[in-house]
Design a protein around this ligand. Structure first.
Ligand SMILES: [Zn+2]
Length: 76
């Protein structure tokens, strides 16, 4: 996978995940724990879009749940 011509530039790194770009072929790799995904730019954009959308929905649902819990007596 990482042939001798590939040199990877780290774009971002957190406690959970690291994103690297191959300076030679432009492929992106996402490392999460023991897992690595190698993606082209379009696939990476699709992954990011899915993660962002999931985060928005998750936060919305958590907010609704908290609102629901705090006003359960009043509404039920
Ligand atoms: Zn490469």
């Amino acid at each position: 996978m990482a042939n001798a011509g590939c040199s990877h530039q780290t774009l971002a790194s957190t406690r959970v995940a690291t994103v690297q770009r191959c300076v030679d072929c432009g492929s992106l790799s996402v490392h999460v724990g023991p897992l690595s995904f190698r993606l082209d730019a379009a696939a990476y954009e699709g992954l990011v879009a899915a993660l962002n959308e999931a985060r928005v929905v998750l936060h919305r649902e958590q907010a609704l749940e908290q609102g629901h819990f705090s006003s359960t007596r009043g509404q039920a």
